[in-house]
Write a protein that binds this ligand. Structure first.
Ligand code: PLP
Length: 263
């Protein structure tokens, strides 16, 4: 038996019954970083490698009870936010975070799954912008999510730089804008605005249809922050972690979808 370690990360996100994304990916990522994982389920999805078949959102009072139970007992170094489903859930999460004031919050603004399933109601965008963006240490949108947050299209690297600035102007302190959806070949380039300014992180593009990369990236940043690394170093380490986990990725179901290898 070892002593209690103050290395706990909390994910407030959705469950993926298929085990590739959401809470399941977050907990695997925390474990791979040797960080104790806590979870508060904001939504439940029934899904497999071919799509989402049903979504259930638990009562927000029960979500708050889960978050309070975690903060009442554990030393939480970082919180990761994923699928929050609707505006009522977003307000409940913002209230809880304003009450407990964790040191680090990584916000993955989950909106639509790669399969096309909606994971956030469209009318919840304002709540996300107004309540959660200002609380986040780091916001990690992909290009379609950044386009919805900003209400404009982002078609090339120059537009990504402009979007990074615009996201900071609407309240995000740090931003990691993921470039995987940019058309064209070549490396995948993510743009990061952190305490060192703006920089790019590039990795070779892998020819895969991957599931759970966004969840894994955000929870890897949270795990690294929890371990005491700077935001800058955490973003670089998390991007490397996702790339390595994708290289070892495997197809667990009948669909053509690859999930990440955390082992
Ligand atoms: N299911 C849940 C619960 C999620 O949180 C997410 C993404 O964040 C997804 C599914 C979709 O994952 P992907 O777009 O990588 O397939």
């Amino acid at each position: 038996m070892t002593d209690l370690r103050p290395l706990c990360a909390l994910t407030i996100a959705g469950s993926d019954s298929g085990g590739g994304a959401g809470i399941q990916a977050d907990l695997k990522t925390f474990a791979a970083h040797r960080v104790h994982g806590l979870s508060a389920l904001a939504a439940l999805t029934a899904q497999h490698t071919r799509g989402v078949t049903a979504v259930q959102v638990p009562p927000v009072a029960f979500l708050r009870a889960q978050v309070d139970a975690c903060f009442d007992d554990f030393a939480i170094g970082a919180v990761k936010l994923g699928m929050l489903a609707n505006a009522e859930v977003i307000h409940a999460v913002a209230d809880a975070l304003e009450h407990h004031r964790p040191a680090q919050i990584v916000l993955d603004p989950v909106m639509v799954a790669t399969s096309g399933a909606r994971l956030l109601e469209p009318d919840a965008l304002d709540a996300l912008r107004q309540r959660l963006l200002p609380l986040a240490t780091l916001l990690t949108p992909n290009l379609p999510e950044a386009e919805l947050l900003l209400g404009r299209s982002i078609g090339d690297r120059a537009a990504m730089h402009a979007a990074l600035d615009a996201l900071r102007r609407i309240g995000a302190r740090g931003v990691m804008l993921k470039g995987g959806h940019l058309p064209g070949g070549g490396d995948v380039v993510d743009l990061v605005a952190d305490e060192h300014g703006v920089h790019e992180i590039g990795h070779p593009r892998l020819p895969l249809q991957a599931h759970g990369t966004g969840c894994t990236l955000a929870s890897a940043v949270a795990a690294n922050l929890c371990l005491g690394r700077s935001l800058h170093d955490s973003c670089i380490a998390a991007a490397d972690y996702v790339h390595a986990a994708l290289r070892g990725g495997y197809k667990p179901g009948r669909g053509n979808v690859v999930v990440l290898d955390h082992f």
